[in-house]
Design a protein around this ligand. Structure first.
Ligand code: ADP
Ligand code: MG
Ligand code: MG
Length: 885
C-alpha cells in the first residue's frame, strides 16, 4: 500500500501529482524555511480510492491521519479536541492544477460547544464565537448541503442578515460577542431542524466529514465546468491538506490577504494584492467585504510589509515565476498559507515573461514555454476605439481587461441562456458580488460587472483567466437583483438595457461604444520574435479578402494557406450572376455568366496578391455543392405553392425550383462538390484559374510579386486530380501566353478524403503540394457529419467515449495516422513535397504540436489565431509548453 499521508516536511514542489499544487507548495515552502503553519496532505490517490470505493474513505486512512495530526500537535504543543488547549485546523482542497474557488475549504475545524465555553475564558469571546459561527456554516455547507437542501452558505448568511437587522447594525464587525453567540445557537438550531441531527461535536467526526466533503467537491458542478474549460482531466482527483489554523480575526493587529508578486492584469513589476485587517481568509476571496490594496500595508505595518515583500522576492527567485500568495497575520506575525504560479491575463503573461528574461531569472526558452498560447488572445481583445468620447457612469476595479458592450442581465443562469453558447446575444452579467457559482453565466457574457469584491476575488481571477472584460468592486452602483435593476445615484439601469464596460480602466458606461482591436505592445512583438527564432513550422492564414490578409500579416502570417474562392461568390451583386451561371441551360449562357464573374474574381485576387506583397497564396478552387448559392428549397416550394393557390404563377420561380429540385442531394457533403464539380462543370474552375493568374499577372506587371498556389479540393483518386489539372494547365499556359510573362504558379491538392491519404504516393506524383483539410478528413474518417455532430459529440465527450471533440483538436491516433501515412507516402515519391494544414485544427495548439511532430511545413489558421500558432509552433519545437494537462 502506498503512503497516503505526507507531513509538509516530507514533501516538495515536484510532488504535485500526489499532493496537489497546494500541498506540494506548502511542503516546499516549509522546507525552504518560510513561516508555514504545520500540517499534512492526504494524497490524490486517496481521492481515486474514495471514488472507486463507492465514495467511502479507504480503511485505515483515519489512523494515518491521526498519527500525522499527533506530530502537528507536538510541534505546536496543542491537542485536537482538548478544551484546555485545542488544536484547530483547516481542511483544504488542492488538485495538481489550480482551480481557484472551485472546490471546498473548511476553517476552524475542531471547535465544539465545550471547547468554545472553555476558550472564552482565555480568549476574546467575540473572536471565539466568530470562529465558531464560521466553522458551523462552512462544515454544514460543505459536508451536508448535498443531502439537505437548506443548509448552504446562503441560508446561513440569511440568518446572519436577519440577526443584524434585529440588532440594528450593518457590518459583521459591529456584531458583538453576545450577538455572535446567539448566531452560533441559531446556526446549530438550523442544522438540527434541517438535518434532524445535532451539529457534530466530536472533532474527529468533523474531520472525517470535512475530508470526505473535499473529495466530493471534486465533482461539484462548478469544478466540472471549470475542468472542462481548462482541459484538466477528471481522473486526477484532489488532495486534501489538513493544516493548523492561524488567525487573522484575532483583532486589529491581525489580518489576511492575497497578493501577486507582480501585477496580474498588466504584468507591472511590483507586489499587487489586497488584504483586510481583523478578518479570516474567506472574507478577502469571497468578495463580501471590499479589501484594501496591499500598498497600504506598507504604511499600516511597515515591518510586516517588509517581511512580506522579502518573501515575495524569495518565492519568485525560487520558483522563477510570478507567484500568487495567500497570507495571514496573527498578532503581528506573518504566515504564508499558499503559493502558486499566479493566473494572469495574456498581456501580463507576455510582459512578465519578457521582463523575467531581462532580469536574468529565466531563459527565452523558458519564457516561451510558460505562456499558454490561448492567452495571447487577450492581447488582441477589443478596446474602446481611441478618441471616443463617452461618459463614465461609474468606476470600479479593472479586474479583467478589454471592452464589452451588451444588455444587462442579473442572473448567471439567464446569462448562460441568452449569451454565448445559448441564444448568442450580447449580455453583460451584473452581480452584487461574484461567486464561483456564476462561472457558467460569466463564460456566456461579454463582460461582468460587480458591486462588491476585489481584484483577487475568485470570480475576478476566473474572469482574467478566461479573458472576460470585468469591472469588479464597483461600489458606486447598487445592485437590486430582486427587481432586476441597478442604480447609480439617480440613474436606474434595468434588465435589458445596454451598457458597456472598459475592463482595462474599470469603467462602466451607459449605452454602447465603438470597440476596436488592441494595438500590439512592444513586449508582444519581442516575445513573438523569440517564438519565430525557434519554430520550425511556417505560419499561414486562412483569408479570403485583402483586409483579412493584411490583418494576418500584421499578426505575423507568412502567406495564405487557404483562400476560399466561393466566399467571393456570395457577395451582394455577384449572387445573381452566380445563379445565372448555375441555372444556364447552354454552355454559351454559362460562359457569359462566367465571363462576368471573371472580372470580379480577377480584382479580388489582384487585391489579395497586393496585400501579400510576394508571400504565397494557396487558393482553393470551388468546393461546396452548388445548391448553396441558390435559394432555399423549402422556401421556394412554399412560395410556388402559395402562388398556385392564389391562381397565379411565376415561370422564373418555377424554373428555379425545378433546378433546385434537380440539384437536391440527400447527402450534399458527400455529393457533387470539390473536384467532382470541376470535372462535371469544367468551365467554372477554368474561369477561376484564369482569374487567379490574371490577378497575379497584373501585380507582377506592376512591378510586384505573386506566388499563386492553385489547390484542387477533395481528391480521393489520382485520376480526379489528373483530369482537373490537365484542363487547368491549358488555361494557365494560355494566360501566360496572352500576358507575355511567366507566372510562378504551382498546382497542388487537398488531402481530406481518407482514400486520398492512403494513396498519397500516387497523388504526390501529380502534385506539388498537399494541404490537409482536417475538417473533412475528420468528418469522413469518423463518418461524423460535423454540422450534425452536436447531438452526439457532446454526450460522447461527457461520457468519455471520446477523449475530446475531434473537430477541436486532431484525433491523433485515427485521423492523425492517416496524415502520417500521407506524409510518409507523399515524401517517399517527392522528398521535397510541401505539406501544410488548412483545417481549423491549424490554429489549435495541441494539433499544431502534432503537425510539428509529423513534419509538416506549415499550419494555416484564421488571422486572430496566427500569434497563437506562432507560439504553439515554438513550444512544439522546444518540446515543451502547454499541454501537460
Ligand atoms: P482555495 O483553494 O479556494 O483558495 P484555500 O484552501 O486556499 O482555498 O482556503 C481559503 C482561505 O482560507 C485561504 O486563503 C486562507 O486565507 C484561509 N485558510 C486556509 N487554511 C488556513 C489556516 N490553516 N489558517 C488560517 N487561514 C487559513
Ligand atoms: Mg487559496
Ligand atoms: Mg474540405
Amino acid at each position: 500500500m502506498n503512503k497516503r499521508v505526507y507531513l509538509f516536511e516530507e514533501g516538495d514542489k515536484s510532488m504535485r501529482d500526489l499532493l496537489g499544487g497546494k500541498g506540494a507548495n506548502l511542503a516546499e515552502m516549509t522546507n525552504i524555511g518560510l513561516p508555514v503553519p504545520p500540517g499534512f496532505t492526504i494524497t490524490t490517490e486517496v481521492c481515486t480510492e474514495y471514488y472507486e470505493n463507492d465514495r467511502r474513505l479507504p480503511q485505515g486512512l483515519m489512523d494515518e491521519v491521526k498519527s500525522a495530526l499527533s506530530v502537528v500537535e507536538k510541534k505546536l504543543d496543542k491537542k485536537f479536541g482538548d478544551p484546555a488547549n485545542p488544536l484547530l485546523v483547516s481542511v483544504r482542497s488542492g488538485a495538481k492544477f489550480s482551480m481557484p474557488g472551485m472546490m471546498d475549504t473548511v476553517l476552524n475545524l475542531g471547535l465544539n460547544d465545550s471547547i468554545v465555553n472553555r476558550l472564552i475564558t482565555a480568549q476574546d469571546p467575540r473572536f471565539v464565537y466568530d470562529s465558531y459561527r464560521r466553522f458551523i456554516m462552512m462544515l454544514s455547507d460543505v459536508a451536508y448541503s448535498d443531502k439537505f437542501e437548506h443548509i448552504t452558505k446562503h441560508d446561513f448568511e440569511h440568518i446572519f442578515a436577519d440577526l443584524k437587522k434585529e440588532l440594528g447594525v450593518k457590518e459583521d464587525l459591529e456584531v458583538d460577542a453576545a450577538g455572535l453567540k446567539t448566531l452560533c445557537d441559531r446556526f446549530k438550531a438550523h442544522v438540527l431542524k434541517q438535518t434532524g441531527s445535532e451539529f457534530p461535536q466530536d472533532p474527529f467526526v468533523q474531520l472525517q466529514a470535512a475530508i470526505e466533503a473535499v473529495f466530493r467537491s471534486w465533482n461539484n458542478e462548478r469544478a466540472i465546468i471549470y475542468r472542462r474549460r481548462e482541459k484538466i482531466p477528471d481522473e486526477i482527483g484532489t488532495a486534501v491538506t489538513v493544516q493548523s489554523m492561524v488567525f487573522g480575526n484575532l483583532g486589529e493587529d491581525c489580518g489576511t490577504g492575497v497578493a501577486f508578486t507582480r501585477n496580474a492584469s498588466t504584468g507591472d513589476h511590483h507586489v499587487f494584492g489586497e488584504y483586510l485587517m481583523n478578518a479570516q481568509g474567506e472574507d478577502v476571496v469571497a468578495g463580501v467585504r471590499t479589501p484594501v490594496p496591499i500598498d497600504q500595508l506598507a504604511t499600516q505595518n511597515p515591518d510586516i510589509y517588509r517581511q512580506f515583500d522579502d518573501i515575495c522576492k524569495r518565492l519568485e527567485a525560487h520558483y522563477k515565476d510570478m507567484q500568487d500568495i495567500e497570507f495571514t497575520i496573527e498578532h503581528n506575525r506573518l504566515f504564508i498559507l499558499q503559493c502558486r504560479s499566479g493566473k494572469r491575463t495574456g498581456p501580463a503573461a507576455v510582459k512578465i515573461a519578457v521582463d523575467q528574461v531581462g532580469e536574468g531569472l529565466i531563459t527565452k526558452a523558458e519564457a516561451l514555454a510558460r505562456v499558454d498560447p490561448e492567452l495571447l488572445n487577450h492581447c488582441l481583445l477589443p478596446v474602446i476605439a481611441p478618441n471616443t468620447k463617452y461618459k463614465v457612469l461609474a468606476k470600479g476595479l479593472p479586474a479583467g481587461p478589454g471592452a464589452a458592450t451588451g444588455t444587462v442581465v442579473f442572473d448567471a443562469n439567464v446569462a448562460a441562456e441568452l449569451g454565448k453558447g445559448g441564444k448568442n446575444q450580447k449580455v453583460i452579467l451584473v452581480r452584487a458580488d461574484t461567486s464561483p457559482d456564476d462561472l457558467k453565466g460569466m463564460l456566456a457574457a461579454q463582460g461582468v460587472l460587480t458591486e462588491k469584491g476585489g481584484m483577487t476575488s475568485h470570480a475576478a481571477l476566473v474572469a482574467r483567466g478566461f479573458g472576460i472584460p470585468t469591472v469588479a468592486g464597483c461600489s458606486e452602483i447598487h445592485v437590486d437583483g430582486h427587481n432586476r435593476r441597478f442604480t447609480v445615484g439617480d440613474v436606474t439601469v434595468n434588465e435589458g438595457d445596454e451598457i458597456s464596460l472598459n475592463g482595462t480602466l474599470g469603467e462602466v458606461i451607459l449605452g454602447s461604444v465603438p470597440v476596436e482591436d488592441a494595438k500590439l505592445t512592444g513586449e508582444f512583438g519581442t516575445f513573438l520574435s523569440w517564438a519565430d527564432e525557434v519554430r520550425k513550422l511556417g505560419i499561414r492564414t486562412n483569408a479570403d479578402t485583402p483586409e483579412d490578409t493584411a490583418l494576418a500579416i500584421k499578426f505575423g502570417a507568412e502567406g495564405i494557406g487557404l483562400c476560399r474562392t466561393e466566399h467571393m461568390f456570395f457577395e451582394g451583386s455577384r449572387r445573381p450572376v452566380v445563379q445565372r451561371m448555375i441555372l444556364a441551360t447552354s454552355d454559351e449562357d454559362r460562359q457569359k455568366a462566367l465571363d462576368e464573374l471573371l472580372v470580379f474574381q480577377r480584382e479580388d485576387f489582384k487585391g489579395i496578391f497586393e496585400a501579400l506583397n510576394g508571400l504565397p497564396a494557396t487558393v482553393r478552387l470551388i468546393d461546396p455543392p452548388l445548391h448553396e448559392f441558390l435559394p432555399n428549397r423549402e422556401a421556394l416550394i412554399e412560395e410556388v405553392a402559395t402562388l398556385k393557390a392564389q391562381g397565379k404563377s411565376d415561370p422564373q420561380k418555377e424554373a428555379m425550383l425545378r433546378t433546385v429540385e434537380q440539384m437536391h442531394e440527400i447527402n450534399p457533403m458527400m455529393g457533387l462538390r470539390g473536384c467532382r464539380l470541376s470535372i462535371v462543370f469544367p468551365q467554372i474552375v477554368a474561369m477561376q484559374t484564369r482569374a487567379i493568374l490574371e490577378g497575379a499577372a497584373a501585380v507582377i506587371k506592376a512591378g510586384g510579386k505573386a506566388h499563386p498556389e492553385i489547390m484542387i479540393p477533395l481528391v480521393g483518386h489520382v485520376n480526379e486530380l489528373k483530369v482537373v489539372k490537365a484542363g487547368l494547365e491549358k488555361t494557365a499556359k494560355a494566360v501566360e501566353a496572352e500576358q507575355g510573362i511567366t507566372i510562378p504558379y504551382i498546382f497542388g491538392t487537398m488531402i481530406e478524403v481518407p482514400r486520398g491519404a492512403l494513396t498519397a504516393d500516387e497523388i504526390a506524383a501529380e502534385t506539388e503540394f498537399f494541404s490537409f483539410g482536417t475538417n473533412d478528413l475528420t468528418q469522413m474518417t469518423y463518418g461524423f457529419s460535423r454540422d450534425d455532430s452536436d447531438k452526439f459529440l457532446k454526450p460522447y465527450v461527457e461520457q468519455k467515449i471520446l477523449p475530446g471533440d475531434p473537430f477541436e483538436s486532431i484525433d491523433q491516433t485515427g485521423v492523425g495516422q492517416l496524415m502520417e501515412i500521407a506524409v510518409e507516402k507523399g515524401r517517399r515519391v517527392k522528398p521535397n513535397l510541401k505539406i501544410g494544414i488548412c483545417g481549423e485544427h491549424g490554429g489549435e495548439p495541441r494539433s499544431i504540436g502534432f503537425c510539428h511532430k509529423i513534419g509538416l511545413n506549415y499550419v494555416s489558421c484564421s488571422p486572430y489565431r496566427v500569434p497563437i500558432a506562432r507560439l504553439a509552433a515554438a513550444q512544439a519545437a522546444l518540446g515543451k509548453g502547454v499541454s501537460d494537462k
